[in-house]
Design a protein. Structure first.
Lengths: 654, 202
């Protein structure tokens, strides 16, 4: 609108100022429209954005409001009323001009103020003197005890607890019953695993029942398989015993087996070739019987392991028997090894294996004479072999070769000769060891029998045998004591017999050592000889006691008849008054004989020589008949005899 | 064939795992029911310098402090790592038992002692494999091996699995690897490259 401001302007010419209102609406688009009456042929039209309605305007302004601003800053809460619009507009217009962290700063300041106040209050109230402020607990009124409600709530709680416990117990009982009834396969498998080494290969579970892990080098691998027991049962017996797990052992280890060792004397006069070949047939042991196929797995596995062990023993013995270069050949027939230990004594080792599947045959029952000691020894020997295979002594220093003994390691530095090395490396085969043990066994038994036989028959000096309890499988010892009854504390004779593998070593009182062979007769002769020596000792002792003088004694008489074994010993005694001479001869086979020298005084008739001194010359000896004497044994009879003559002479002289 | 090659694997454990390792070895190795074997050795390492060869020749004289008459003289070659296929380290190993004056003897030959140490530990074996768990002690006084003059080098134990056999028996490496697998993760027995240790030293 042009309006002349002529009265205000100093300039003479008026200026037209055009005042226009600001465009309220924005231009949306500019169109070029065809209009025929315009100078260019088209007109420019402006299309305006339609102005916002009241509600649209309000929406636009409300969006600008920051509702998160502190309400105390604003004059009032934002409402949807139109009257507050202006205030909002002004409030919204002011916000963007403030520093954005200001609100944060004010908030922190207020919180700091509050915290300081709180701290001051606490300090004041909790100070030790309690002068300014004291905090007292507030007495709260006890709630009214509504017994009925409490009871109900407690009852409900207990009921829920009881139901939980009961359900748990029920579950446990059910699972326990299930376990006990069913014999779960996996539980049984756990039990098997505790005792045997199992391995899962593919779909099957295999186990090892051989002795490989403890040093055996036997070819058999001893593999067994664990399977679930089949549903079909043969003959329908004893299903309850079986459980749900079964083991399958290799067919060659089925059944039961044992090694039987028998030592028997074989009649015959030849030294060699006296083997009882009639016994070398396949024996079916009557003791084992059929093994039930429903045997529980542990017994089954143990039996199979035993079979394997016995087979290994027998295989090793058979191999050694065939390879040995002993003078007496060993015979291996089927499942038997036969060898001669002494002439006339035969050792047979039999592997008895019954698989339980054979029909009961009516065989003539052999009297199986087990020598359990030797059987046990065989088991022990094989175990020793196993042990030696894997147990090496530790090397010191630790970098030395594994597997050598200390002696072998020091062989080099100590410069052992070849012979010494060979001696060190020599080791005995199992067969040799068992033969040695057998020999010793036989010899010991024989010795026992011999001594006992003599002790039973001999009554005059008595034999007592004390066997030593410290002995080994190849050596034993005993002490034999010869005493005369009634005089056992005065004098006794003893000797020690050490029984070796095939000879005896005897040590007698004086310290002399004799070696006897395994023949019984030698020992018998020896004992009789010692008995005769004992008689002489007793006589000597008695003579000394009674005052008789020993004129001479000889342990090996060179005169008189030859004894069948050993030598006779003699003793010549003189009476205390020297009037009488007694001669005693004792021999192993001739027994004991006492001779008394006659004196001239007996024959008073024949006085040829008048001189008295000729009375003292001795005459012939006459044997004394000891059977007419009273006395239990020779010693007492001799004592009587000595006493008689001592007394007799003294009485006659007086 | 002469036994001149050693196949071995090495690993180590801390002291607090020693008990567990020993129990596990007792179960895995032979002689489980036997008393545990322990050893105490004293080793002296001798050098002789050769002008033509840069590295000196090393001989080791070792004797047991438990059985004092057992002395041995050892030569160890360099450990070959070999290719990836070989599961163990291999070195040439020549060992011979000697009399007690061997140290003096090689001294006369021109060897000089470089260092000495004491080794104590436990010994296990499985077949021909030897497993030792050992702790090394350095000697404060040369020649004195009593307990008060030796002190430990470090608190961990060296675990070694070794087989001494003739060269060319590669199958033993697989057995050793299988055995080492059973000891994981308690101790990892592996082929440690000795050159790296030597490089780290220099």
């Amino acid at each position: 609108m042009a309006a002349p401001y002529s009265q205000f302007s100093p300039s003479p010419t008026p200026v037209n100022v055009c005042v226009e209102a600001v465009l309220e609406s924005q231009i949306q688009e500019v169109r070029v429209v065809e209009k025929p009456d315009a100078p260019d042929g088209h007109e420019i039209q402006e299309v305006y954005v339609p102005p916002l309605s009241m509600s649209e305007n309000l929406t636009k302004l409300a969006q600008k409001i920051d509702f998160y601003k502190d309400e105390s800053d604003e004059k009032g809460k934002p409402t949807s009323e139109g009257e507050k619009e202006e205030e909002e507009k002004t409030g919204a217009a002011f916000q963007p001009s403030l520093w954005p962290w200001d609100s944060v700063r004010t908030k922190l300041r207020t919180s700091l103020t509050e915290m300081s106040v709180l701290l001051d209050i606490l300090n004041v109230s909790s100070s030790k003197e309690k002068r300014y402020m004291v905090l007292d607990p507030v007495q709260q009124n006890a709630p009214d005890p509504k017994l009925a409600v409490q009871l109900m709530s407690k009852r409900r709680a207990l009921q829920s607890a009881a139901s939980v416990l009961q359900s748990g117990a029920e579950r446990l009982r059910k699972s326990h019953a299930e376990i006990n009834n069913k014999n779960d396969f996996h539980l049984e498998l756990l039990n098997v695993r505790q005792k045997w080494r199992l391995k899962k290969t593919g779909t099957s579970i295999l186990g090892d029942l051989s002795y490989r892990s403890v040093g055996s080098r036997y070819m058999h691998n001893g593999v067994f398989e664990v399977v679930k027991s089949s549903d079909l049962t043969a003959e329908g017996e004893f299903l309850a015993q079986r459980g749900s797990l079964d083991v399958v052992v290799p067919t060659e280890l089925e059944g039961g087996a044992y090694i039987q060792v028998e030592v028997k004397s074989v009649p015959g006069n030849c030294i060699t070739d006296t083997m009882d070949l009639t016994g070398a047939i396949l024996r079916v042991p009557s003791g084992i019987g059929p093994v039930r196929s429903e045997t529980y797995w542990q017994q089954k596995l143990e039996k199979a392991q035993n079979v394997l062990f016995c087979k290994e023993i027998f295989a090793q013995l058979a191999r050694e028997a065939v390879q040995s270069k002993a003078s007496i050949p060993h015979l291996v027939v089927g499942n038997q090894i036969i060898t001669n230990v002494f002439p006339g004594i035969q050792l047979s080792i039999v592997l008895c294996h019954s698989t339980g599947k054979e029909r009961e045959k009516k065989l003539p029952q052999y009297k199986m004479d087990h020598n359990h000691v030797l059987e046990h020894s065989l088991h022990q020997l094989l175990r020793e072999n196993h042990f030696k295979n894997i147990n090496f002594p530790a090397p010191h220093p630790v970098t030395a070769l594994v597997g050598l003994t200390k002696k072998r390691r020091l062989a080099g530095p100590n410069a052992l000769s070849r012979k010494q090395l060979m001696d060190m490396s020599d080791s005995e085969s199992m067969l040799d060891q068992i033969i040695k043990q057998t020999k010793h066994n036989v010899l010991r038994l024989r010795t026992m029998q011999t001594i006992d036989g003599i002790a039973a028959t001999l009554s005059d000096p008595q034999l007592t045998v004390h066997w030593s309890c410290c002995n080994s499988s190849t050596e034993a010892s005993c002490r034999v004591i010869i005493t005369s009854q009634g005089y056992d504390l005065r004098v006794w004779h003893s000797f020690v017999i050490i029984i070796g593998v095939d000879s005896l070593k005897v040590i007698i009182k004086e310290g002399r050592v004799f070696f006897l062979s395994f023949e019984e007769k030698e020992l018998q002769d020896f004992i009789m000889w010692q008995v005769s020596q004992h008689q002489i000792s007793v006589s000597q002792n008695l003579a000394r006691l009674m005052g008789w003088q020993i004129m001479s004694t000889s342990t090996a008489m060179g005169v008189s008849d030859l004894e069948s074994s050993g030598t006779a010993s003699s003793l010549i005694l003189a009476a205390p008054n020297k009037e009488r001479i007694l001669a005693i001869k004792s021999g192993p086979s001739s027994g004991i004989k006492v001779f008394l020298q006659q004196s001239q005084k007996d024959n008073k008739n024949r006085v040829i020589l008048p001189d008295d001194k000729w009375q003292s010359v001795g005459a012939d000896y006459q044997q004394v008949d000891l059977s007419k004497f009273e006395g239990r044994n020779f010693a007492s009879k001799l004592e009587l005899l000595l006493a008689t003559f001592s007394h007799d002479l003294s009485s006659s002289s007086s | 064939a002469p036994l001149t090659t050693e196949f071995f694997l090495q690993g180590s454990v801390m002291e607090n795992s020693l008990e567990t390792l020993v129990n596990r070895l007792k179960g895995l190795c032979d002689n489980a029911d036997y008393q545990q074997e322990s050893f105490q050795d004293h080793e002296m390492v001798f050098h002789i310098k050769n002008t033509s060869v840069p590295t000196p020749l090393v001989f080791r004289v070792r004797h047991s402090l438990v059985q004092t008459e057992c002395w041995s003289l050892r030569y160890l070659g360099h450990a070959e790592v070999g290719d990836k296929n070989r599961p163990t380290l291999v070195r040439s190993y020549i060992d011979c038992p000697t009399s007690e004056n061997v140290a003096q003897f090689i001294g006369e030959l021109g060897f000089r002692m470089d260092h000495e140490f004491v080794v104590k530990g436990f010994y296990f074996h499985k077949g021909r494999m030897k497993i030792t768990v050992s702790k090394f002690y350095k000697m404060n006084q040369p020649g004195n091996t009593t307990n008060d003059t030796i002190e430990t080098v470090c608190p961990s134990y060296l675990v070694e699995l070794s087989v001494v056999t003739s060269s060319g028996q590669e199958a033993v490496g697989d057995d050793m690897k299988n055995f080492a697998e059973q000891l994981k993760p308690l101790v990892t027995l592996e082929k440690t490259d000795h050159r790296k240790i030597q490089l780290a030293q220099t």
